[in-house]
Design a protein around this ligand. Structure first.
Ligand code: PRP
Ligand code: URA
Length: 208
């Protein structure tokens, strides 16, 4: 499986502002959306193209368009919701599924409370989005749920990952390509990414 760590200066800059404890919820939401949009550009780089002739006011242009491959985005609730607007800006016709998971604060195990996926997800390329990949439990569980519905091509996109989460995810789902804006140092005793950015859901929704 391929793991792509983003090196684009705009992404690095925006992640740096995102981490800052002084960044407000409003700024935080805007940045999550913008970074998701920039990462989506990278994650869709391998979409297949087909030829298309287009009549311009002057002549026929021999062009390329995306070849019928349909996309579905699946945010992991809650924090993944913050990435949806950004990715839909680039791919407005994509379908959106939702998987609700929260980490039990004591065991750090994911607890699923909601799953609603597009009816035709089997025929779509799926990009799962969640700002944080910590232990990897939530991403592993969400992707396992999606795989039961049969799609062949699944990617996972997050803003900040811990090495522990990357290792667990690549072991559990070696066929899934992973896109990461920043790879951090480690997890602390409470399963938080260090240096990270704190609790992504709380910072997006202002719940703390
Ligand atoms: C956060 C984050 C991921 C998960 C990552 O969600 O958005 O879903 O933790 O941790 P893991 O890799 O160890 O599973 P959280 O459980 O805090 O729920 P929330 O988005 O509803 O706040
Ligand atoms: N979830 C978060 O929101 N932040 C972390 O650092 C780890 C899990």
């Amino acid at each position: 499986m391929a793991v792509h760590v983003m090196d684009h200066p705009l992404i690095q800059h925006k992640v740096s502002v995102l981490r800052d404890v002084k960044t407000t919820s409003k700024q935080f939401r805007e940045l999550v959306s913008e970074i998701a949009m920039l990462m989506c550009y990278e994650a869709t780089r391998d979409l297949p193209l087909e030829d298309k002739d287009v009549q311009t006011p002057l002549a026929t242009a021999h062009t390329k368009v995306i070849a019928g491959k349909k996309l579905a985005f699946v945010p992991i609730l809650r924090a993944g919701l913050g990435m949806v607007d950004g990715v839909l800006t680039l791919v407005p016709n994509a379908r959106v599924g939702h998987i609700g998971l929260y980490r039990d604060p004591d065991t750090l195990q994911p607890v699923e409370y909601y799953c609603k996926l597009p009816a035709d997800i089997e025929h779509r390329e799926v990009i799962v989005v969640d700002p944080m990949l910590a232990t990897g439990g939530s991403a592993i569980d969400a992707i396992a749920q999606i795989k039961k519905r049969g799609p062949k091509d699944i990617k996972f996109m997050c803003l900040i990952a811990a090495p522990e989460g990357v290792e667990a995810l690549t072991k559990a789902h070696p066929d899934v390509e992973v896109y990461i804006a920043a790879l951090d140092d480690c997890l602390n005793d409470h399963g938080y990414i260090v240096p990270g950015l704190g609790d992504a859901g709380d910072r997006i929704f202002g719940t703390k």
